[in-house]
Ligand binder design. Structure first.
Ligand code: SF4
Length: 370
């Protein structure tokens, strides 16, 4: 892996002489994001090694209603992760987690068995039915009452949640825009660590840029097949209450408004972390194919130094997710003649690409059938 720690600490602020800038593995922030996800899946953590009993799940574009992280790394207990597989490859949303995580070992009326939800019980009853329909719990009726019983305990599989913000071109304006988001992440402390990943080039990161980013945020300089820690992150207090920064005035002569904060209690953070981990489990980072057009005749996957990335033969470039849609001017459906054997059930090469990516995702989740 060749990861090296740069000796950057110089008093309370940061200075650095690392190379970073505009040369991105792939040609866009989207492709850079995929490159970072692949690198993380193969090499995490950036410095040192994981314990033998720790595994990782990598996903992209996950977070809360107010904050979406580019890349999410869930560090898991390997044995508990295998036990999680017994609940299927699809994610469990927060309503299902409420049911599955609290289902009793013996038959009980759901209102007796489950904790007060904080929202109407009828939604809990619906979630009990959904959980039973998916085979996650057992259900029966006794008179008018719906009872449930667990099939197996839901495992405690999530150790740490790490957020990575991808900024391939960390110039002065990009760093400035990041600062506000990162300060909010640090104040809330929902992730155990927050990182910025940037691309390596021949340029030099200005010390002023690094000083602008909160010291708690780590900086990772990513090359096509390697990464270097430019700054180590601090551990955030995920078990403590956090502060949600709702509004922060720009200041100056024309803005004398007050900042607005909210309190985020530790229970909310614990539940939210588990919900994010579940989404990561269900989606991973290869689900990009679901929102692109692998059924276009120009869509292909190309093996690059940064890993396997989507490539458009028609435009001769690594396309973005935004342009690779049915509205793309150069979209051409794959010819029916390509869809041999099994068509239309199995589809052609586009469906094959989706199946390949789904199979690769399952491989990262021990205990699931391939
Ligand atoms: S032509 Fe358009 S839709 Fe087809 S692969 Fe390229 S970007 Fe995607």
């Amino acid at each position: 892996m060749g990861v090296a720690l740069l000796d950057l600490i110089s008093g309370p602020t940061r200075t650095a002489d690392v190379t970073s800038g505009a040369s991105v593995p792939g040609d866009s922030e989207f492709q850079f994001e995929l490159s970072v996800c692949q690198w993380v899946e193969r090499h995490w953590p950036p410095d040192g090694t994981l314990a033998d009993d720790t595994a990782t799940i990598v996903a992209r574009q996950l977070g809360t209603k107010h904050r979406r992280w580019d890349t999410v790394v869930v560090e898991c207990d390997r044995h508990a992760l295998r036990a999680r597989a017994a609940f299927g490859e699809r994610e469990l949303d927060s309503d299902l987690l409420h049911v599955v995580g609290n289902a009793p070992a013996e038959w009980a009326w759901y209102r007796d068995a489950l904790p007060e939800p904080g929202y109407p019980w009828r939604y809990v009853r619906e979630a009990v039915h959904r959980a039973a329909d998916r085979g996650l719990v057992e259900r029966r009726r006794r008179g008018n009452r719906v009872q449930l019983r667990r099939k197996r305990p839901y495992p405690d599989w999530v150790d740490r949640v790490v957020a990575i913000e991808n900024k391939p071109d960390l110039d002065r304006s990009a760093a400035r825009a990041l600062v506000d988001q990162l300060e909010r992440d640090v104040a809330l402390g929902l992730a155990d660590e927050v990182w910025v990943a940037t691309a390596a080039t021949g340029g030099t990161v200005e010390p002023a840029l690094l000083e602008a980013v909160p010291v708690e945020a780590g900086i990772l300089v990513v090359e096509p097949d390697d990464a270097t820690v430019a700054w180590h992150p601090g551990a955030l207090a995920v078990d403590d209450p956090g502060t949600r920064i709702r509004d922060r005035p720009a200041g100056g002569d024309h803005d004398a408004s007050a900042a607005r904060f909210e309190y985020a209690d530790a229970d909310w953070k614990r539940d939210k972390r588990l919900a994010i981990a579940e989404r990561a489990y269900g989606r991973g980072w290869r689900s990009y194919a679901d929102s692109m057009r692998p059924d276009c005749r120009h869509f292909t996957l190309r093996d690059t130094a940064s890993g396997v990335l989507p490539y458009c033969e028609g435009k001769a470039c690594h396309q973005t997710a935004g342009e690779c849609r049915g509205s793309c001017g150069e979209f051409e459906p794959e010819p029916p003649a390509w869809r041999t054997r099994g068509w239309p059930i199995d589809g052609g090469p586009g469906a094959g690409i989706k199946r390949l990516l789904a199979r690769q995702r399952r491989r990262q989740r021990p205990g699931l059938e391939e």
